[in-house]
Design a protein around this ligand. Structure first.
Ligand code: BES
Ligand code: ZN
Length: 590
């Protein structure tokens, strides 16, 4: 099927990268990776070959002893720079030597002070959506897949991990050398590397944890059930095809909750709360092993195919592991958040559609919960239109049919037309995909855990504040839901009351508290400021920080405090987090 990727210079008519052999030297003092990459193409190429790059220093391009002529001949602030290899003469291989920039958008060079141990530096990559091109030249489109091998040199005692299979390691003198192999073909956004003072512990036959030694014990406890999660997911979606499922605990500046790098999910350390309350994060990232990593969106305009399907799959796993009451509560919370985001964008904004043109749009800028929750609601609507048994068979066939392939929204719909014509008749496909807003007939959610919260909201509306006793048994998602259902502005005394009954002064659960902080900012409750600063200082998750800064720039009393607060902590944050917050501040004229 023909389609074009607005976020890449890739021209697959020229040929495709099939395999890359990497030599990577990690230089913490210069904050650069020095990379030699030998590319093997799926067929001999003559003439031009285009690659995506951003902020890379290209040292040399050659094959054997023959230099290849190249030029950076197109520039774009979002897509980056086009590396044009010229006059190829039936080449099916070439080598590029390249050095990354200290500001590479995919890499964060974390100082020792920002790690759990405090002694060693840490490096990690985050390539989704269009950042792999800041590490190595590539066809940085999710429609192109390649296998790879890598040799990574690091200073001892640092350990290099990759989202790939560890072959061996050698230690001599000052350096360690790690060898990795990725036998399953991946799109470039799933390339993953991290270096730090890392320890490993086995959890199960296919599962383990990498983390700094200081966090290892708590991480092992938190993720002890991962093997069981895989077993349940396999029953729903088919065999797990990536051999291992390890998790890597990153420093707190990681801009996301989790990233589904194959074989090695990258996780924020903030999900370790000592109560396994973030199990759904692993269910989500693991579910990407089928929806996303096996069956991949062809372009970032089809992002809902990755995240909507995965959110649906996450719900199904949660239903098995925790029960229906929990999975529906989580979906209900997501929906509330989504509706608020839609209101912010405007209910008729393109950005509320599952699919719309993203030409000249940076995927990081429009990242939101919409493709997740509107997408999974759509899949759930399809499921309910034909019944679970029929839909589960369809899901397995969908995954088996498109494994290790990429597809567009339109290709998904034609598969649906072919396999489930009844669903096409019963569900307004065009409305779900191409119309803005959220369909009124979206599938209903029911849970006694939601009911408990609604009782307290009704009481609040008639003037009764909840007591500590009344919310003592609540799980954090219920607290989050309660906060989401409160008015945007409330009396300052009520803020103080909620801070006490939910014990926010002693909590580290910023995922829940950030909504409380937002209401407090809007309501003028000034006592939260030190807590907010701690939140900005201690973690980099964009989904937590962005709403906070959006609220701060809007409210009179915090407006002037927003930029200085950000500047105090800017250097701790990841380039993507910095870009997102910077955009919020400068849009507000700050
Ligand atoms: N793949 C995403 C993270 C991502 C998306 C990074 C787009 C960069 C660009 C990951 O699977 C994800 O969705 N993480 C969520 C987890 C949550 C939905 C359980 C997150 O980090 O908030
Ligand atoms: Zn996801």
């Amino acid at each position: 099927m023909q389609f074009s990727d607005p976020h890449s210079y890739t021209d697959t008519e020229q040929g495709k990268i099939a395999h890359i052999l990497f030599w990577i030297d990690v230089d913490f003092s210069a904050k650069v990776l020095k990379i030699k990459a030998t590319y093997r193409l799926d067929e001999p190429v003559s003439g031009s070959f285009f690659l995506d790059t951003r902020d890379l220093i290209i040292d040399r391009v050659y094959e054997g002893d023959q230099e290849i002529i190249w030029e950076i001949d197109q520039h774009d602030s979002i897509v980056g720079n086009r590396l044009h290899l010229k006059d190829l003469d039936g080449h099916s291989e070439f080598t590029i030597e390249v050095t990354t920039s200290p500001d590479a958008s995919a890499l964060q060079w974390v100082t020792p002070k920002q790690t759990a141990g405090g002694e060693h530096p840490f490096l990690y990559s985050q390539c989704q959506s269009i950042h792999a091109r800041s590490i190595f030249p590539c066809q940085d489109s999710p429609s192109v897949r390649f296998t790879y091998e890598a040799t990574v040199d690091v200073q001892r005692p640092l350990v290099a991990v990759m989202a790939a299979e560890l072959i061996d390691s050698e230690h001599s003198g000052e350096t360690s050398q790690y060898r990795y192999n990725m036998p399953q073909p991946i799109p470039s956004y799933l390339f993953g590397i991290a270096v730090g003072n890392l320890a490993f512990e086995e959890l199960g036959p296919r599962t383990g944890v990498y983390s700094e030694p200081e966090k290892l014990e708590s991480a092992v406890w938190e993720f002890a059930e991962n093997e069981q999660t895989i077993i349940e997911a396999e029953k729903l979606f088919g065999p797990y095809l990536w051999d291992r499922y390890d998790v890597l605990i990153l420093p707190p500046s990681f801009p996301y909750g989790g990233m589904e790098n194959p074989r090695l999910t990258f996780l924020t350390p903030k999900c370790i709360l000592g109560d396994r309350s973030r199990a759904n994060l692993v269910s989500h990232e693991l579910a990407h092993s089928w929806t996303g990593n096996l069956v991949t969106n062809a372009t970032w305009e089809d992002f809902w195919l990755n995240e909507g399907w995965t959110t649906y799959a996450e719900s199904r796993i949660t239903e098995v592991l925790e029960g229906d009451d929990f999975s529906q509560l989580y979906a209900f919370v997501r929906r509330k958040i989504m509706l608020k985001v839609m209101e912010r964008f405007g209910m008729d904004s393109d950005k509320t559609c599952l699919k719309y043109s993203q030409r000249d749009i940076d995927p990081d800028e429009v990242f939101s919960v919409i493709p997740y929750e509107k997408g999974s609601s759509f899949i759930l609507q399809l499921e309910r239109s034909v019944g679970r048994e029929v839909f589960d068979a369809f899901t397995k066939k969908y995954i088996a049919t498109f494994s290790f392939q990429s597809l567009t929204t339109e290709a998904f719909i034609s598969f649906l037309e072919q396999e489930l014509p009844e669903a096409i008749e019963r569900v307004d496909i065009d409305k779900w995909l191409y119309a803005p807003g959220y369909p009124e007939n979206a599938p209903a959610l029911r849970s006694s855990l939601i009911d408990d919260v609604e009782v307290r909201i009704d009481a609040y509306e008639s003037g009764m504040l909840p007591s500590t006793h009344q919310v003592a048994e609540w799980i954090s998602a219920q607290t989050r839901l309660f906060l989401l259902m409160l008015p945007e502005q409330i009396p300052v005394e009520d803020c103080r009351h909620f801070e006490r009954v939910f014990n926010f002064r002693d909590s580290l659960d910023y995922f829940t508290m950030n909504r409380f902080y937002q209401i407090s900012i809007q309501s003028g409750y000034q006592d939260v400021l030190p807590g907010i600063e701690r939140m900005v200082e201690s973690g980099g998750r964009i989904a937590i920080l962005a709403p906070n800064f959006r609220a701060m720039v809007k409210a009179e009393w915090t407006r002037d405090k927003a930029r200085p607060m950000f500047e105090r902590h800017r250097d701790k944050h990841h380039p993507t987090t910095v870009a997102v917050i910077e955009r919020i501040l400068s849009k507000a004229g700050l």
